[in-house]
Design a binder for this molecule. Structure first.
Ligand SMILES: [Zn+2]
Length: 88
């Protein structure tokens, strides 16, 4: 799990996601499944009560607090959806 503070954090993970091109499945808003080397990982994006945006992935890298490309892929979808919601 990591706290999303800015896009700079995601730069490397986005670069990797562009190479790997994982599939992202929408489960519900804030809940996604992203394909990885060992099947699908679950990514949860949420806003905590104190206003932090947190991203959780079930892969090993994320367990160690790293920003993985699954999270980056899910986030790019999530951010687009969140924007649509605001303008709807
Ligand atoms: Zn991951």
């Amino acid at each position: 799990m990591f706290i999303l503070k800015g896009i700079e954090q995601l730069t490397n993970a986005i670069a990797k996601a562009k190479k790997v091109r994982p599939r992202v499945h929408f489960v519900r808003f804030g809940h996604y499944q992203v394909s990885g080397s060992k099947g699908y990982y679950t990514v949860i994006c949420k806003k905590s009560d104190n206003g932090y945006k947190t991203v959780e992935c079930t892969c090993k890298a994320s367990e160690r607090g790293l920003v993985c490309y699954h999270a980056a892929s899910a986030l790019s979808l999530h951010v687009g959806l969140a924007r649509q919601r605001q303008t709807a």
